[in-house]
Design a protein around this ligand. Structure first.
Ligand SMILES: Nc1ncnc2c1ncn2[C@@H]1O[C@H](COP(=O)(O)OP(=O)(O)OP(=O)(O)O)[C@@H](O)[C@H]1O
Length: 306
């Protein structure tokens, strides 16, 4: 399958000499939701801005929907919708006019049926005659997305789509993004909320100091790098770990009432069975046992601080 976005050996050095991207290569396929994660200043916005034609690229090749973003920039830009980080919505215009106008900016002829569909999909239809400045923050965000979709792009970039948005609206946005994907749109989002990537993304890319350090299917990433933790509540207080247990990755809680065993999600059962057997042999009784998996957040923090 031809990728919707292809980035090959991309470098970016800003005028002040700062290298914001280092030999970045990345492919994103039609219909996927790809989340780009990275700490502040890692280069996420720089990468998106280059693909969207807002920032000039350095060496390397970038195509969008198969079009070279420099040589065939018109075609490439037509294929892309961008919802930027900042909301620029103090507008007197109505929702309908603003979204229709955005389409015109791409040189596309009017197509009211499409605008209607976009507004309905985003639950903005009832607000179509309202002035944008009179809308709530959440509705304004939807308008930004509607504008980005007005020219029927097949690729949508969302830069921090839910920054500063309340929990309920965030859930609504996630629902909306899933719906867009069902309609066949390829979605690339950057986010600080790891929960957002965990919830939505098919694949995850992690960028650190201008370098892509990992691209992986989300589920595989979580099972590959995730740790599981087994906590056993002891019947009787323990002062120190018995010698038989010190070989295992086991810790005793400070109060002496809990054993904490950490293991890789992948190699699961054997270790747990061995541990429980050893406890039985040592007559160590426990009242309760719980397991917990590490979240994407913990995996991410581990990765970027390595
Ligand atoms: N025009 C510019 N000139 C010089 N350096 C820049 C310019 N724009 C960005 N940078 C630097 O490039 C690096 C990457 O910035 P970028 O905005 O791409 O990061 P980011 O990952 O999007 O961060 P954030 O999550 O904070 O938005 C930062 O160190 C930033 O200071």
């Amino acid at each position: 399958m031809q990728p919707d976005i292809s980035v090959k050996h991309l470098n970016k050095i800003y005028e002040d000499g700062f290298q914001a991207l280092k030999n970045v290569s990345l492919e994103i396929y039609p219909g996927e939701i790809f989340a780009l994660l990275g700490p502040n200043g890692a280069g996420k916005t720089t990468l998106i801005s280059i693909i969207c034609g807002i920032v000039n690229k350095g060496d390397g090749e970038v195509t969008a929907a198969g079009y070279d973003i420099v040589r065939q920039y018109r075609k490439a830009r037509e294929a892309i919708g961008l919802v930027p980080q900042e909301l620029n919505t103090d507008s007197f215009e109505t929702v309908w006019d603003a979204v229709s106008f955005s389409r015109g900016l791409f040189g596309k002829p009017p197509k009211p049926a499409h605008i209607e569909k976009v507004l309905k999909d985003l639950s903005l239809w009832d607000k179509r005659n309202n002035r944008i400045m009179s809308l709530s923050g959440g509705m304004k965000r939807r308008v930004m997305i509607a504008k980005a979709l007005s020219h029927e792009p097949r690729i949508l970039f969302l830069d921090e789509p839910t920054a500063g948005v309340d929990v309920e609206l965030r859930r609504d946005m996630w629902e909306m993004v899933r719906k867009l994907r069902e309609n066949g749109t390829t979605i690339i989002l950057t986010t600080h909320y790891i929960e957002e990537a965990e919830e939505m993304a098919d694949r995850i890319g992690v960028i650190r100091q201008g370098e892509i350090i990992l691209v992986e299917d989300k589920d595989r990433l979580m099972s590959k790098l995730g740790k599981k933790e087994l906590r056993l509540q002891l019947q009787h207080k323990m002062d120190k770990l018995p010698g038989e247990l010190t070989l295992e990755p086991i810790e005793l809680s400070e109060d002496g009432y809990e054993l904490i065993y950490t293991f890789d999600s992948q190699q699961q059962q054997a270790g747990v069975a061995r541990l429980l057997r050893t406890l039985g042999e040592l007559d160590i009784e426990y009242r309760d046992l719980r397991t917990r998996e590490s979240s994407l957040e913990e995996i991410f923090v581990g990765l970027v601080h390595e």
